[in-house]
Design a protein around this ligand. Structure first.
Ligand code: DX5
Ligand code: ZN
Length: 228
C-alpha cells in the first residue's frame, strides 16, 4: 500500500500544529530529529515531538539522525511516536534497540545512508517494521534526488520478497512529482516528501498528487507489467 509522509522539516516551525493540519490526508507526519553530530544540522527533539503528538491525530514517523540512538530512541517511542527509525551507521546494538522500540509499542525502522549497503542487514530484517533508504545525504531538505540509490531500493525489495517479509520500504530525500515514479518502480511503498509538499501552494493537493503518481506505478506493478 502506498503511503505519503510529509516531512515537517520544510514546514514553518513557528506554526507546526497548523502545518500538521494542512496535510491531514497524509498517512504519517515525518519528523526529522537531527543532533548536529550524526548530521551537520540541528532541528528538534523530544519536547517538540510530545507537543506535536498532542496537536495532531496523524501518527508520527520519527526519523532520528542522531548519534547514540541506543540511548535516545526509546524516549521517542515513550513519547508516543508510532514509528521510530534509527540509523544503521549510528546504532551499537540494532537488534536490541529494535526489540525495545517494539516492546514500547512503536514500529521499528532502520535507516541507511546512500553509501550504506543493505546486504549486511539482511538477517536483521525480521526484527524491523520498516527499512528507510535515504535518497539524499541526510541533513537537509530540498536536496536533489540521488539516482544512484535506485539499484539499492530494487535489491532491498528483492530481499524482502525472498524472505517473505512485509516490512515497509521507505524512501526519503528529493522525492517529488518528478522522482516518485522512479522510487515506486524500484519497489518503495512509503514516500517522504518535504519541500515537494510544504513548498507547494496547496500542501494537501501535493500529497494527493504524489499518492496518485505512486499508486499508478504500484497498480502497473501489481498487474505484472513493470518488472522490478
Ligand atoms: C533529510 C531529511 C528529509 C528531508 C526531506 O535529511 O531526512 O526527511 O526533510 O526533504 P526533501 O523532501 O525536501 O528532500
Ligand atoms: Zn527524514
Amino acid at each position: 500500500m502506498v503511503q505519503i509522509n510529509p516531512s515537517i522539516l520544510s514546514a514553518d516551525f513557528a506554526r507546526l500544529a497548523d502545518e500538521a493540519k494542512a496535510v491531514e490526508g497524509a498517512d504519517w507526519l515525518h519528523v526529522d530529529v537531527m543532533d548536529n553530530h550524526f548530521v551537520p544540522n540541528l532541528t528538534l527533539g523530544l519536547p517538540v515531538v510530545e507537543a506535536l503528538r498532542k496537536a495532531t491525530g496523524t501518527p508520527l514517523d520519527c526519523h532520528l539522525m542522531i548519534e547514540d540512538p541506543d540511548r535516545w530512541a526509546p524516549g521517542y517511542a515513550e513519547a508516543g511516536a508510532g514509528s521510530v527509525t534509527f540509523h544503521a551507521e549510528a546504532a551499537t546494538a540494532p537488534v536490541r534497540l529494535a526489540r525495545e522500540l517494539r516492546r514500547l509499542g512503536a514500529r521499528a525502522g532502520l535507516a541507511l545512508r546512500p553509501a550504506t549497503p543493505v546486504e549486511p542487514y539482511e538477517d536483521l530484517l525480521p526484527e524491523l517494521d520498516m527499512l528507510l533508504i535515504m535518497t539524499v545525504e541526510p541533513g537537509f531538505g530540498g536536496q536533489r534526488f540521488l539516482d544512484v540509490t535506485l539499484p539499492k531500493i530494487r535489491r532491498a525489495r528483492r530481499l524482502l520478497e525472498r524472505h517473505g517479509l512485509s516490512l515497509w520500504l521507505q524512501v526519503d530525500g528529493g522525492v517529488s512529482d518528478e522522482t516518485i515514479e522512479r522510487c515506486a518502480e524500484a519497489g518503495a511503498d512509503v514516500f517522504v516528501a518535504g519541500s515537494a509538499v510544504y513548498g507547494a501552494d496547496d500542501p494537501a493537493a501535493a500529497v494527493r498528487r504524489l499518492r496518485e503518481a505512486a499508486e499508478r506505478v504500484a497498480g502497473r506493478a501489481g498487474a505484472g507489467e513493470t518488472p522490478r
